[in-house]
Design a protein around this ligand. Structure first.
Ligand SMILES: Cc1ncc(COP(=O)(O)O)c(C=O)c1O
Length: 456
């Protein structure tokens, strides 16, 4: 299995040929899912006692299975939060795998962790956090949010009076579902600030004032959003930071999606106050053009994260020995063994320079604004709210929820686009609406028109 032989050489050539074709393909086929039984009947048994052979397995993947997937970088993939890793980053993802580096400890991963840390320094600069702030790359925004919430909770419990209390987090209804999910993981309660738009300091204050003393004593953190996933709305970070400071609450900003926009001069002002956060989540695999998976968590005081997360064990003692000493990413987030998932970002940043990153993020914002103009110019369509960051919410007048669903499925089935509906709260309840999220700078005005034409 581990031998180097002619079979391995042939497999390597097959894989490299595929990788080169895929990486250079500017319009990859927009695949669609099939039922599991259907896939099974197309590929048969693949895991057998004797193995089916690398060539056969590879051909099944290339000719059948990958076609049942959606390329995240398709220029007309505007659903959820798409992604558009640079080709340099994807190439370096291959290099990261081929290099087999353990990314948890400096002792094993020094050279690679050095690269990650160089990329991290740039991310920290974007936030404007003070000297000493630093972070690590995680498997995504969920893991970054969990890592910060655990840090916040452990810090709160340093006060012995809080040891036996169930913690409580305040966030807004617009916050990403991972905040509620991660609160469940740590058995904390979540209180939601009801907002139609951004979470303002006033709305947060009102929520806090409505709490009884016992509940308020359990609140240890406020989570604001730096770019809601649905609409790209940035909370009033400056105002929320002031309240957190006054009440001694941990201030976390979930900018998993919107964090990339910190690089864009045109919208940077929306994030004023983010530099006062105790922790920030930013996903390079969303709007900083890294391949999956790559999230990041940044702490104002990384030592607090270390207290919360560093693991101990006799076999681990050596990594903290002066002879091995260096920065151990495992100390600052929930995971021990980890891939050097920040390496592709480092290589791409080093290759292209940060100005190109600025340009590419600005392009997503421009595309959203362009889509807004095109929508406003069509009588059947109507913006729900002005585009924000790279998100656009709009309605097709007269459409029901089923119409939106059929539109999604038809476009997907025909290999034209992946655009999915969302919901928007109105006075009457939740309305089904259409949503675009632009990440890929290769998306064109023509792509947007083609999609809008399918709503005629
Ligand atoms: C604001 C926000 N936070 C957290 C997440 C979760 O990130 P991930 O899917 O990388 O775990 C997302 C994902 O879309 C998000 O938009």
């Amino acid at each position: 299995m581990h031998n180097v032989d002619i079979g391995l050489v042939e497999m390597t050539l097959d894989v490299m040929k595929y990788a080169i074709n895929r990486i250079t393909n500017e319009s990859p086929e927009l695949g669609a899912p099939r039922k599991e039984e259907e896939l099974k009947s197309m590929v048969g048994e693949t895991i057998t006692p004797l193995g089916i052979g690398g060539e056969k397995a590879f051909h099944l993947f290339r000719d059948v299975l990958v076609k049942a997937t959606v390329p995240i970088d398709h220029p007309r993939h505007l659903a959820f939060v798409p992604a558009a890793p640079t080709r340099a980053a994807v190439m370096f993802d291959l290099v990261t795998s081929a290099s087999s580096i353990h990314g948890a400890y400096w002792m094993e991963g020094a050279g690679g962790i050095f690269c990650e840390n160089e990329a991290m320094k740039w991310l920290v600069t974007l936030t404007g956090m003070p000297e000493g702030a630093f972070g690590v790359f995680t498997s995504g925004g969920t893991a970054a949010n969990l890592s910060s919430i655990v840090t916040a909770r452990e810090y709160w419990r340093e006060n012995k009076l809080n040891l036996n209390k169930k913690g409580c987090i305040i966030t807004s209804v617009g916050a990403h579902s991972s905040i509620r999910a991660m609160a469940k993981v740590i058995d904390a309660d979540v209180l939601l600030v009801e907002t139609d738009d951004l979470m303002t300091a006033e709305a947060l204050e009102e929520k806090i004032n409505s709490l009884d003393k016992n509940t308020m004593e359990r609140v240890f953190a406020v989570v604001a959003t730096g770019g809601t996933t649905n609409a790209g709305i940035v909370d009033d970070l400056e105002g929320i930071a002031a309240i957190c400071k006054e009440l001694n609450l941990w201030f976390h900003v979930d900018a998993a999606y919107g964090g990339g926009a910190l690089a864009a001069d045109s919208v940077r002002h929306l994030f004023k106050g983010i530099e006062k956060a105790d922790s920030i989540t930013i996903d390079p695999h969303k709007w900083l053009f890294s391949p999956y998976d790559c999230g990041a968590v940044i702490y104002r005081n990384p030592e607090l994260a270390k207290t919360a997360h560093s693991q101990e064990g006799s076999y681990l003692d050596i990594i903290n020995d002066p002879g091995a000493h260096g920065f151990n990413p495992s100390d600052y987030q929930i995971q021990l063994t980890r891939r050097l998932r920040g390496l592709p970002l480092w290589y791409s940043l080093a290759t292209h320079g940060t100005n190109k990153y600025k340009w590419a993020v600005e392009r997503g914002i421009e595309l959203a604004s362009l889509a807004g103009e095109l929508i406003s110019s069509r009588p059947d369509l109507e913006l729900i709210r002005p585009p924000s960051l790279s998100c656009v919410l709009f309605r097709r007048k007269g459409w029901s929820e089923d119409d939106y669903k059929n539109w999604t499925y038809t476009n997907h089935r025909e290999g034209l686009a992946l655009v999915t509906p969302s919901k928007w709260k109105t006075k009457e309840g939740f309305e089904t609406v259409a949503r675009f999220c632009f990440i890929n700078p290769d998306t064109t005005e023509e792509d947007i028109k083609i999609i809008l034409d399918t709503m005629n």
